[in-house]
Design a protein around this ligand. Structure first.
Ligand SMILES: NC(=O)c1ccc[n+]([C@@H]2O[C@H](COP(=O)([O-])OP(=O)(O)OC[C@H]3O[C@@H](n4cnc5c(N)ncnc54)[C@H](OP(=O)(O)O)[C@@H]3O)[C@@H](O)[C@H]2O)c1
Length: 301
């Protein structure tokens, strides 16, 4: 397939691109801004200005859309929140409206979303049929997914992959959580009973590969391991693998003081997500358990 990839330089994109190329696909990154060497050097877009380089979306079999302003910043200021939202909702709408107007649109759009859709739900088991939560992050995810409707309306098969926390040594949450544990200062965050739904980077990549070829995957798809863990279980697994104690519980108010609003949805909210559609289509996780996933990542240099 000829596949256009947005967010190619990000955590998932940079692992996905070589995997798709190994599968024999042609992967074309859609870069932001004018690429070096001018318009002929590659396909580009400027989501803020609503601009695509000529032919940027022509002659494609599928689009994988991962782009969005990074969520894990030190603090969510009002301006940062606006960029997080606009880059996803307006950016996705622009992409999808433009795809919908093509004479020969691609067959499939695989678009990133997040388990943040569900919000803070305690121990409730959350499948793709569960409704959205309340607050900035669930509303963002709801609108981000809704922005793909023009593509679905034009006949593309759209799969909205609700990724869990992607575990990788290369980026995202894990490298930020590691240092206190390595110094023996790790411990549960807040009450510690909140569920964390996670996915190993290798599985995140394999789920995109599966979604590209599996016609049964459409609409929201939970892209999180079938074995979510509580924060306390995650803490114990990480401490055991590192051979470090995990006595230092960090109270919720300290996290909120240091990190501000993002501590709630990213660290304290509880989402016990079940990958119902992936299970139904027979997808087998390479890293189903947190112990395996952490041991595998931490064995990497
Ligand atoms: N990692 C996780 O744990 C996780 C969990 C749930 C959902 N997700 C979602 O999955 C997608 C991919 O995740 P990721 O971890 O690979 O993300 P990432 O490492 O933050 O990369 C996202 C990519 O988006 C592009 N980008 C950055 N700022 C942008 C802006 N203002 N406007 C448009 N594009 C911008 C960049 O690509 P270019 O420079 O190539 O344009 C960047 O490499 C994201 O939408 C993320 O929200 C990730």
């Amino acid at each position: 397939m000829k596949i256009l990839l947005t967010g190619a330089a990000g955590l998932i994109g940079s692992a996905l691109r070589p995997a798709l190329e190994r599968d024999g696909h042609e992967v074309i990154p859609l870069r932001r801004g004018l690429p070096e060497g001018g318009e002929r050097a590659g396909r580009a877009w400027d989501p803020g200005r609503g601009w695509f380089s000529p032919g940027a979306l022509e002659d494609l079999d599928a689009v994988v859309h991962l782009a969005g302003e990074t969520i894990a910043a030190l603090r969510w200021t009002a301006a940062k929140k606006q960029r997080i939202r606009d880059s996803r909702v307006a950016g996705t709408r622009l992409l999808c409206e433009t795809l919908a107007r093509l004479a020969r649109p691609p067959r499939a759009l695989i678009a990133a979303s997040a388990i943040g859709y569900y919000g803070d739900r305690g121990g409730e088991i959350l499948t793709e049929d569960s409704g959205p939560g309340r607050g900035f992050f669930p509303e963002l995810c709801r609108d981000w997914e809704a922005a793909t409707r023009p593509a679905a309306g034009a006949g593309l098969r759209v799969a909205n992959l609700r990724f869990g926390v992607v575990l990788s040594r290369a980026g995202g949450a894990l490298p930020r959580l590691l240092p206190p544990f390595q110094f023996g200062l790790g411990g549960p965050l807040g009450r510690g009973d909140q569920y964390m739904s996670w996915v190993a980077l290798e599985d995140a990549v394999n789920i995109v590969r599966r979604a590209l070829r599996d016609e049964t995957l459409r609409g929201p798809v939970n892209a999180a391991s079938s074995q979510p863990v509580t924060n306390r279980e995650f803490t114990r697994a990480l401490g055991t693998i590192l051979g470090r104690p995990t006595f230092f519980r960090v109270p919720a108010f300290v996290l909120q003081l240091v990190l501000g609003e993002m501590a709630g949805p990213l660290l304290l909210a509880s989402a016990r997500v079940e990958p119902a559609k992936l299970t139904a289509c027979g997808y087998g996780f390479r890293m189903p358990s947190i112990e395996e996933a952490l041991a595998n990542e931490l064995a990497r240099r």
